[in-house]
Design a protein. Structure first.
Length: 518
């Protein structure tokens, strides 16, 4: 499972310590069964405190066991070998297993933040909180997600893609204790940790999949795996809430992190380390073993057929980063801000609560097939133009909503449909496209920055909610439209067409790491 780390036994010992630490919280949780599992105000006993120490120690031990030994030597020994994944390579059973494993991993990952909406009513009731006070919980979770996306992306470029996924899974297990915290302050702290654990799964999974799929299958597989993971995560959170919350209170939605996190650790057996990462670290024998399972091989640059290798200019990387991060920020402002505040605006304009909810539900229903259509469009037409088309559709939806905000007789239906379809399409493509735009050396960390930017709107929106501030529809749109317009211009200028391209072309002359190291 951790064949390329310092010690698989240390990793397993860390997992065991975290698991035991979580189970140590169970007696206190069960003591509250006659009170509807209400734990507010209960003192933390010695077993719980010992459990928290075990969780923290276990994460550290697991991280040490996953850390690849002799990193400096590995970088120095990297030479001009390249991973061969022919353009016409068929999808093998190994590719399908990897796609399935990563889709399931994303379901488990996305299930965590998706549960926030289901736990907040129960938390408000148990702790006697106002909506403004309880907004601190999603605020902490989103800040944790932003932090985790940045940190995990950087870790993945040092530890490796698989090792990072496993370490975040261990943290998932540890954050199960959020379900037994007796006060709001503890819940806020643990929700930050939960967000930090979840934040890196998406960018790291996309980086791994981009590096393992044959070029002509890469685009649709990235979009499809991400889309299925997102849809499955929200469905799983809804089912757990419907089946278990009435029996075991809102706390069970956090406690299920224990079995789901352990399932994610077990999925590690089906997830290989990126062969390109192994090869770049000079671990050529391991890279050959991985690629043999995927119907590809490792060969020297001299053995490879001639292919163009354009230099990757720093200005191009910086421009691409600016374009994708600004697109992510604009999307997050639409998703976490405008769409969140739209129902209140519709009610203020004279629509009933039921009709405003019906309008948004109908618009979302039209957008449901978006993932499959976008996966086909991204694969069959153009990656860059598909992202631009989705951004332009979102911009048109914003323009329509601005007209609705200014003109009393205007209808919000078409703008709402355009807005929801466009924003769904953007997020389906944004991280896959990011993973295809950067060299291997910085792929995970740069994709992590884009993932972090896609949550900044949520941080801003929940921050305003803490102070009971809801901007007007017109003010929100006027703030978002210039950001999205500039993002579209930057994507048009600096975005690469990645459809069917070889990611090795991003690493000129086959040197994926320079001799100076990271």
């Amino acid at each position: 499972m951790v064949e390329n780390g310092r010690s698989p036994w240390l990793f397993l010992a860390g997992v065991a310590a975290v698991t035991i630490g979580v189970i140590a919280h169970a007696p206190m949780f069960w003591m509250g069964r006659d009170m509807g599992f209400r734990m507010s105000g209960m003192p933390m006993d010695g077993l719980m405190i010992a459990g928290m120490v075990l969780v923290a120690a276990g994460v550290g031990i697991a991280a040490w066991g996953l850390l690849p030994p002799n990193i400096a030597r590995q970088v120095a020994e990297a030479n001009r070998l390249s991973v061969s994944a022919p353009e016409d390579a068929p999808l093998s059973p190994a590719h399908w297993r990897l796609m399935t494993a990563l889709a399931l991993a994303l379901v488990i990952d996305i299930m965590k933040p998706a549960s926030l909406g289901f736990v907040i009513p129960g938390m408000m009731d148990e702790y006697g909180l106002s909506r403004e006070a309880v907004s601190l919980v999603p605020f902490a979770a989103l800040v944790g997600t932003v932090t985790g996306s940045i940190v995990w992306g950087a870790i993945a470029d040092v530890y490796g893609r698989k090792a990072t996924i496993l370490l975040s899974a261990v943290m998932f297990v540890g954050t199960s204790v959020c379900g037994t915290m007796p006060s709001l302050a503890w819940n806020i702290a643990m929700c930050f940790m939960m967000g930090a654990a979840a934040g890196g799964m998406l960018p790291v999974s996309y980086a791994l999949l981009a590096e393992m799929m044959p070029s002509r299958h890469r685009g649709w597989s990235l979009v499809l795996v991400g889309g299925l993971g997102a849809a499955g995560g929200y469905a799983a959170a809804s089912l757990v809430a419907a089946w278990l919350e009435p029996l075991l209170s809102w706390r069970i939605l956090w406690l299920v992190n224990l079995p789901s996190g352990l399932a994610l650790v077990a999925l590690g057996a089906l997830i290989p380390e990126s062969a390109k990462f192994l090869m770049a670290r000079g671990r050529h024998a391991e890279a050959r073993r991985v690629m043999a399972r995927f119907g590809s091989g490792v060969r020297t640059a001299e053995q490879a057929p001639p292919r163009p290798q354009p230099a990757t200019r720093r200005s191009g990387i910086a421009g691409g980063m600016a374009a994708l991060n600004l697109t992510a920020i604009a999307w997050s402002l639409v998703n976490f801000g405008l769409l969140l505040w739209l129902p209140a605006e519709l009610v203020a304009r004279g629509y009933s609560v039921s009709s405003s909810s019906r309008l948004l539900a109908d618009s979302a229903l039209v957008a449901l097939p978006t993932v499959l259509f976008v996966a086909w469009l991204y694969h069959a037409w153009s990656t860059k133009l598909s992202l631009l088309a989705a951004s332009l559709a979102t911009l048109a939806g914003l323009g329509g909503m601005l007209w609705f905000a200014l003109v009393d007789a205007a209808s919000p239906l078409l703008p709402a449909v355009l807005l929801i379809i466009g924003s769904n399409a953007i997020i389906a493509m944004l991280l896959p496209y990011s993973a295809e735009n950067f060299p291997l050396k910085v792929r995970a960390r740069n994709t992590g920055w884009v993932a972090a930017s896609s949550k900044l709107g949520g941080v801003f929106a929940t921050g305003l909610a803490i102070f009971a501030i809801v901007p007007s529809l017109r003010a929100s749109i006027l703030a978002i439209m210039p950001v999205l317009a500039v993002a579209i211009i930057l994507v048009a200028r600096y975005g690469r067409e990645t459809r069917g391209t070889d990611l090795r072309d991003l690493d000129p002359q086959g040197h994926i790491f320079d001799k100076a190291g990271l």
